[in-house]
Design a protein around this ligand. Structure first.
Ligand SMILES: Cc1cc2nc3c(=O)[nH]c(=O)nc-3n(C[C@H](O)[C@H](O)[C@H](O)COP(=O)(O)OP(=O)(O)OC[C@H]3O[C@@H](n4cnc5c(N)ncnc54)[C@H](O)[C@@H]3O)c2cc1C
Ligand code: FES
Length: 286
């Protein structure tokens, strides 16, 4: 983790109220992994004390540029939209634990609800570079919220649902998952808590439904990996990226906890934001 002063290169509104900002931050671009996030300071004159967390949407070591994709929801995000190319940005990152892909996984299913796209977008790039096949299921309220396919790598199969049926299939993105769960070796999701909870319930019954072998059975002969370890995450079918309101983002304030399956509170900023779905207790409805 580093404190980085970086420079805004480009800022554009890609959808109504949704912005994509390119930031020159070479250390972060080369040292980040999909699933990690940055904590960005707002300017002194914004009157806001706390930094704001954003997923690293893409990172390109060749150009030294990372991007963030956000929706304007309050004073902090509105302040960011007023930044202009050349303005300095104060970033802390990369923070949190990344997604873990099993080296044997060939088919990755990415599932994004709304702004959850920013949480899985970087993983699409990493997976394509590693020669994996990627299907990205994306759910939005309506046509005005649909992430442009032109911003995705050509190799990604992109399947859209909208609540009102204005683009793609009508319904929730979770309804598409049964069509892909046999194909996928692993799934990775980011979006509203209700969507993640529904996916976690589906993942629990998947192995029995499909009669598929559990990844990692041969290697380690059934040995249990410690909960929260990269190895345990690699072996789980579904990993989720959680969002909680954050204070410090470095594990000190306990402002971001969710409940773990074993009854131990988990800090989204340190133990997460990526968790194996079976590491969390989904009954609490955070
Ligand atoms: C690890 C992580 C990654 C994130 N990545 C992204 C991202 O890539 N793109 C993006 O648009 N947003 C992302 N968020 C959410 C983003 O941090 C908040 O939207 C942002 O901090 C709001 O700041 P604000 O000052 O504009 O709003 P505020 O004035 O602070 O809040 C406005 C409203 O938004 C709600 N809110 C604030 N933060 C969150 C949150 N974390 N989750 C849900 N509701 C919240 C508040 O309760 C309030 O109702 C992420 C959050 C986390 C924890
Ligand atoms: S935000 Fe402070 S502990 Fe996570």
């Amino acid at each position: 983790m580093r404190l980085v002063t970086s420079e805004l290169v480009e800022s554009r509104e890609i959808l109504p109220g949704q912005w994509l900002q390119s930031i020159h931050a070479p250390d972060l671009a080369s040292g980040s992994r999909a699933g990690q996030f940055v904590h960005i300071r707002t300017g002194d004159y914004s009157g806001l004390v706390l930094r704001r967390p954003f997923s690293i949407n893409t990172a390109d070591p060749a150009t030294g540029i990372i991007t963030i994709h956000f929706r304007t929801i309050g004073r902090g995000t509105e302040w960011f939209t007023r930044l202009r190319p050349g303005d300095a940005i104060d970033l802390l990152g990369p923070l949190g634990r990344p997604f873990e892909v099993d080296p044997r996984s060939r088919h990755l299913l990415l599932i994004a609800g709304g702004l959850g796209m920013a949480g899985v977008r970087f993983l699409a790039d990493e997976a394509i570079r590693a020669g994996r096949q990627v299907t990205l299921l994306f759910g939005a309220a309506g046509a005005g919220d649909v992430y442009p396919s032109s911003l995705l790598p050509d190799e990604v199969e992109y399947v859209i649902t909208t609540d009102d049926g204005s683009v793609g299939r009508r319904g929730f993105v979770t309804e598409l998952v049964p069509e892909y769960e046999a194909w996928a070796d692993q799934a990775f999701a980011c979006g509203p808590a209700g969507m993640l909870a529904a996916l976690a319930r589906m993942a629990t019954g998947r192995r029995e439904r499909l009669g598929v072998a559990k990844l990692g059975r041969k290697r380690g002969a059934g040995r249990q990996d410690p909960v929260g370890s990269p190895a345990a995450r690699r072996k789980s079918f579904l990993q989720v990226s959680m969002e909680q309101n954050m204070g410090c983002a470095v594990g000190a304030c306990l402002g971001c906890v969710v409940m773990g399956a074993g009854g131990m509170p988990q800090r989204v900023c340190r133990e997460g934001p990526v968790f194996a779905s079976d590491e969390l207790n989904w009954e609490n409805g955070w």
